[in-house]
Design a protein around this ligand. Sequence first.
Ligand SMILES: NC(=O)c1ccc[n+]([C@@H]2O[C@H](COP(=O)([O-])OP(=O)(O)OC[C@H]3O[C@@H](n4cnc5c(N)ncnc54)[C@H](OP(=O)(O)O)[C@@H]3O)[C@@H](O)[C@H]2O)c1
Length: 268
Amino acid sequence: MIVVITGASSGIGKALAEQLAPRGAELVLAARRLDKLEELNHKLGGQHLCIPCDVSSTEECKSLIEKSVEHFGRIDTLVCNAGYGMVRTVGETSPEEFRRIFATNVFGTTDCAHFALPIMAKQELRDGWRGQVMIVSSAAGRRGLPYFGAYSSTKAAQLSIAEALRVECRPLGIAVTSVHPVGTETDFFDVAQQQGGKTMPAKHKAEIRQSARRVAREMIRGIASPRAEVWPLRAARWALSLATLIPGPVDRVMEKFRKELDEQNRKS
Ligand SMILES: NC(=O)c1ccc[n+]([C@@H]2O[C@H](COP(=O)([O-])OP(=O)(O)OC[C@H]3O[C@@H](n4cnc5c(N)ncnc54)[C@H](OP(=O)(O)O)[C@@H]3O)[C@@H](O)[C@H]2O)c1
């Protein structure tokens, strides 16, 4: 299989590459930090293709897809994983910051899919599908989090896009899968604090954080056997679906989280 992974230089994308490579997948590793991609490629045997790419640029997304097809002849799965968070209230997020996070998390997804879909539609069927677009959204795509409003909104947009695209692509033989991890142990929270200029309290006992390896393992199940959604923590799927029915009580739970962040940032 040929798998293109955006955001392969770290975290979930890197863990996915590390687990797909030993299974014989040929990979296109994309991110802005080429040195990190080359280091990963070297660790995986050196036969994969590294492409420096900033997904917030339409031209770079186009070139990523073109170079991938030029090199490998087809794309079986496009994993739109590149993204970042920002710890900041909605009111404090500037118009530029909003546009910038949408440019990476949402338009980076739609641009890569836009250029890959016509190519996938012409590919021969393989295991019943011509191709697959896998979109790494988040559990936060189902319920917005205080201090993560801009980020949550990009993840909700990715979920909506995946839902519509999945039905549109079915007759083309292209599978579309969205992925919804809960908090995962990667550089994500460090980057989110840097981007937002705010700090978060240290992880408390009640909080569940998964390993990137676990998330990647579940994503591979969704690649081997395409499905609508991948929820690496299954309980989160049911809890968050229920949460959409009772927004008032859930607001009160979320208020505790907001107060902790208010308190933390007053101190710092
Ligand atoms: N960690 C979590 O708790 C969590 C939970 C739910 C969903 N997610 C989602 O999982 C995805 C991966 O995040 P992660 O947790 O693995 O965080 P991470 O370790 O910080 O990795 C983020 C990846 O995205 C890449 N990236 C960021 N901006 C980019 C851009 N403009 N162009 C190209 N690549 C870019 C980074 O590479 P470069 O810096 O080299 O470009 C890096 O490889 C994100 O979409 C995130 O929203 C994470």
